[in-house]
Design a binder for this molecule. Sequence first.
Ligand SMILES: *Cc1c(COP(=O)(O)O)cnc(C)c1O
Length: 494
Amino acid sequence: MYPPPLHHVFHPANADHYAATVGAGVEHLVSALRRVAGPAAGTEVAEAAARVAGVGLDAPLGDTAAALEELSRVWLDDAVWFHEPAYAAHLNCPVVVPALLAELFIASVNSSLDTFDQSVGGTFVERHLIDWTAGRIGFGEAADGVFTSGGTQSNLQALVLARGHLEREPLGRLRIFASADSHFSVQKSARLLGLGDSSVVCVPTDERHRMDPAALDRSLAACTALGLRPMAIVATAGTTDFGAIDPLPEIADLARAYDTWLHVDAAYGGGLLVSPRYRHRLAGIERADSVTVDYHKTFFQPVSSSALVVRDRTLMAPVTWHADYLNPRSAEGAPASPNQVDKSLQTTRRFDALKLWLTLRMMGPDTLGAYVDAVVDLARDVSVAIRDEADLELASRPELSTLVFRYVPAGSALEERELAALNNEIRAALYRSGRAMVAATKVDGRQFLKLTLLNPIATVGDIVGVVDLVRETGARLAASPVVEPVETTLEVAR
Ligand SMILES: *Cc1c(COP(=O)(O)O)cnc(C)c1O
């Protein structure tokens, strides 16, 4: 096609076309949003796959309306909506409008945060937000950090830095200490670093799923006695399943005693940094060497938005690399300009920081913090409301904003694997119904259901309603002659 049509390019000559296209998109999305009647449409895997597979990508539709109509069919009509109060499955938050306004600017202007000469003020917007987060953590003036794609990348980078800190130690001697309830990205990072799966020492947790400092002390001593070198302790501030916050002051003492890097994975609990009422639960976080914060979890930001923040900027050195074509050194050997790529695992990188910027400038941190408090209170209140129900087994009291429980038909004598099958089937049935979404997890090999509450709009009544749906569905399934065993339940250890 020569010459090719040029009206698709974001350019002043096409400003009207841009405004009309984005406007049509907003209208389409708003009308879809108004029609949402539950967290899911309940579409099955095969059906979702077939709708996408039928699209011939070599034959464009040509007009916006047709493309948006197709978009609804392949995705939007089946989407899972995190703003729905009955969505209580994974760690997804409803998103705030200022951040969505920012997304429009991020994508359209398309600044890349790797170098100053691709972002200019953007570099300093990101730095200002890192400094603000570091201030909330309680780090001093020397702190630094960088936005990342998510907690997984933040944790990986933290361990890369910890490894770099001990660069002369042979890989095979290094050990990472993390609790049994820590996020799997710790194990995955160890693998990516070439440390091997056995380099991660699993520290036992107490009855509230918090790392046991006495057990950590014993593990550290045992490893040291074997001639191994503790490379990092990963404390979790908000575990993915239970929201448990490891005892940070005691762990910080041990990190100091064993001269070991302390990383705090606050991917989930990071929102407490702005909490007016629960900030004290993070006491001790300021003693970390590095901290992961996922703004796309408890700061109500769209994916992706996360940061790794370090106590001292010199700790970032292991990821610095100078390339003549991108971020050369000056004649004096210092970086020639302020380039965020010097601190990042990524090169080309979205200006995700702008979302948090507009959120803070339009809403302010106290409103964000009040949202966090609301979901913490919600979990507590729902737990109180349901804890005496004879047909529900609560795995633990809530620490942050999750509730782990399962349906156990009153008076029944179901075996463990039947209970597992029943609860898995409840979860699948709820998804198919489109009325509620809950997650599943295992506790000591036993199958449970999980509610992750991150919606400040949801009420106790909404969530008790979800639990009631679980119970009604469970009662119905338990009464039917056959509970179809779901494949995964066959592996459940008795
Ligand atoms: C979600 C989570 C992660 C991973 O974060 P992503 O943004 O999903 O990559 C890491 N640690 C904890 C404790 C989490 O809850």
